[in-house]
Each structure stands twice: as structure tokens, then as C-alpha cells.
Design a protein around this ligand. Structure first.
Ligand SMILES: [Zn+2]
Ligand SMILES: [Zn+2]
Length: 345
């Protein structure tokens, strides 16, 4: 709907198209990008996936201090509907109880579904019991196993096991493909009477008109829009499961705790280097890699900095970005007939 026709400088059509592109936004907002401990400029792990068309936010991991990061962002905590937890290490989970408690005190009406490893439920139950907090009237906890985690009419969420010191899962959020827009004006111009025939043509079927003409629905529909795919892999050393989980994704967020020269530490602690993250992106043929979960040892002023990690990754996979706290990335839509975008240098 045109919000304020008297003051809006856009035509009705321009305005509508902007509103509808906003309405189908899928946006990633990084709330914490440091591994293990927070630093002055980076909090520990959490990512928000904002889905404004349904006024929902889905969180991935919830390190300590995530609710402070939410307060500093333009995300409304009351919109958090689901939380997906990769593994039980504290830099991914210690913010959960505080956030759940605050959401409860704010009187959030909607339930909260939390997905994670089997240890998550006993951990939350024990925390709730000892802090005398009733959270389970509105919080449901789901233990995940490789495969389907959640689905609705728009999205599916699947997960697979990564390779870390304790059980860890990567998640893939896949938007379902959307059929192309039906071109009503073109149908009218062909003299097709509005009514049930339009429904059949919208489905791509071929219909025969009273005058004998055959009309193919596919020729009156714009090309389908491919659903957007977001994959989150942390914490893990390079593993084949991450490659298959991320196959052809629009965005892969992959941990890169260490620089290439510290690969031995990565193997010992079962974390990734920048080059491992880039290899996963390359092998999985993703469109965009965003690295996160950086060791504080590469803060500015050290011998190796995050600029070096970025250069190492881009040498293998040019379309790489470094996450920083509050980085926002809107995943673009792609129609089936549009070419691949040029890499970001
Ligand atoms: Zn971690
Ligand atoms: Zn970990």
C-alpha cells in the first residue's frame, strides 16, 4: 500500500516495488564475530537472520552478551522466534539464559523454539531449576540430528555434523523456490478472458481457448525465482560435511579462527584456517563466503592481522568478506534467467 501518497516522491509503482522487495528481504546481521572470548570490538558468536516479511528473527548461536548486542542493533528481541545452536561451547551458548529471561520479562507473547545438540535441553533445564526460573511454559527445545530440523511453507532448515572437539552441527536455511510472476497484462492483450484459465496458465499449463488457439502458460510467466540459501558452519576444522551442506548456497558463513600459518593449531583444536574456509566455499560452489569466529590473536597491531586472513582466503575464493560485529548482508534474489554476479574483488 502507498504509505503517504501526498508526501512520497515515488510513483505508486516505484513505491510498491520498493515495498515488495523490502518485504521479501532475507538479511544476515552479525552480532558477534570473535572466537572464545570477546574483545573490545567483537563479541562472541551470534548471527541474526532477519525475515521482515513475517516479522521474525532467527538467531544462530547466542554467546554471552548477545542481548547487549541486540540492544545496540536495530533488531527487536521480541521478534526472535527461533534459535539454532551449533554446539554447547560457552562462546556459543552462555547468552541463552539471559536472553530467554529478558524476553520473558518483556512479556513476549510468542513461543520460542530452540534447536541444538541433545545436551541443550538438560543444560537449560538445570539453569532454570537452579535460578528458579520458569522458562518452559513458552520455550520448546528440540534436539537436532543430521537431516531436516524445521520446515514451513517458505523455508526448510537442515543440519549436518561438523568436526569439532564436541558434537557440532552446521545449519542450512533454504527458501523454497518461487514461481515467476504471471503477466496479467500480456494475457489480457492476447484476449484471454480473466477467470479459471488464468489459474491454469499461472501453473505453467497449456490451455486451449474457445477460438482454438493454444496458449502456453510458461510463456506468460516470468522466470522462477530461486530460493535463497544461507549456510552457517561453525565450529569445525575443514570437513566434507560442510562442503555438502553448503553446496551452491548463496551465502556461506564459515568460521576462520586461524591464519594459514597457524594450521597446526587449527588441526589440534579442530577449528578452521582462512584457507580451509575458502576451500569449503570453492568446493561447494557458493556465491559468497563470509568468514567469522576470529581468534583475538589477529587483532590490529599483531604480526598477523585479519587483513592477512582475508588475503589468504581471497587467493583461493575471491568472493570472500570478513564479518565484523553489526555487519549486515542482505541476500539478493536470483531469477533463473539471470547470470551469476561478478565476484567482489
Ligand atoms: Zn567457538
Ligand atoms: Zn567450539
Amino acid at each position: 500500500m502507498h504509505p503517504n501518497p501526498a508526501r512520497c516522491p515515488l510513483s505508486w509503482k516505484q513505491c510498491f516495488s520498493r515495498l515488495s522487495s523490502f518485504a521479501t528481504l532475507v538479511e544476515i546481521i552479525f552480532l558477534g564475530t570473535s572466537s572464545g572470548v570477546p574483545t573490545r570490538s567483537r563479541n562472541v558468536s551470534s548471527i541474526a537472520l532477519r525475515l521482515p516479511q513475517r516479522a521474525e528473527v532467527w538467531l544462530f548461536d547466542c554467546g554471552e552478551g548477545t542481548q547487549h548486542q541486540l540492544l545496540r542493533s536495530d533488531i527487536r528481541s521480541s521478534q526472535i522466534r527461533r534459535i539454532f545452536v551449533t554446539h554447547m561451547h560457552g562462546d556459543h551458548t552462555f547468552g541463552l539464559m539471559g536472553l530467554i529471561a529478558s524476553c520473558g520479562m518483556a512479556g513476549a507473547a510468542q513461543p520460542l523454539d530452540i534447536y541444538g545438540p541433545p545436551d541443550l535441553e538438560p543444560y537449560l533445564k538445570a539453569s532454570a531449576r537452579y535460578s528458579r526460573m520458569d522458562i518452559f511454559s513458552r520455550v520448546r527445545v528440540h534436539a537436532v540430528a543430521p537431516g531436516l530440523v524445521y520446515e514451513d511453507q517458505e523455508f526448510t532448515v537442515t543440519c549436518d555434523k561438523l568436526t569439532h572437539k564436541i558434537p557440532a552441527h552446521g545449519y542450512r536455511v533454504a527458501e523454497r523456490d518461487k514461481s515467476g510472476r504471471f503477466q496479467v497484462e500480456a494475457a489480457k492483450a492476447l484476449g484471454i478472458p480473466p477467470g479459471p484459465l488464468y489459474g491454469q496458465l499461472k501453473q505453467g499449463k497449456t490451455v486451449t481457448l474457445d477460438d482454438g488457439r493454444q496458449i502456453r502458460g510458461t510463456e506468460l510467466c516470468e522466470p522462477p525465482e530461486r530460493g535463497r540459501q544461507f549456510v552457517y558452519c561453525t565450529d569445525t576444522v575443514f570437513c566434507d560435511a560442510a562442503v555438502s551442506l553448503a553446496q551452491d548456497a548463496d551465502v556461506l558463513v564459515h568460521e576462520a579462527t586461524f591464519a594459514h600459518q597457524d594450521a597446526q593449531m587449527a588441526f589440534d583444536r579442530l577449528h578452521s584456517t582462512s584457507t580451509m574456509a575458502a576451500q569449503v566455499a570453492l568446493l561447494a560452489n557458493v556465491r559468497q563466503l563470509i568468514m567469522t569466529h576470529f581468534s583475538p590473536r589477529y587483532a590490529p597491531g599483531n604480526a598477523i592481522t585479519l587483513d592477512d586472513l582475508l588475503a589468504e582466503a581471497r587467493a583461493i575464493f575471491p568472493n570472500t568478506l570478513m564479518a565484523h560485529d553489526f555487519l549486515s548482508y542482505a541476500i539478493p534474489r536470483h531469477r533463473a534467467d539471470q547470470p551469476e554476479p561478478a565476484p567482489v574483488a
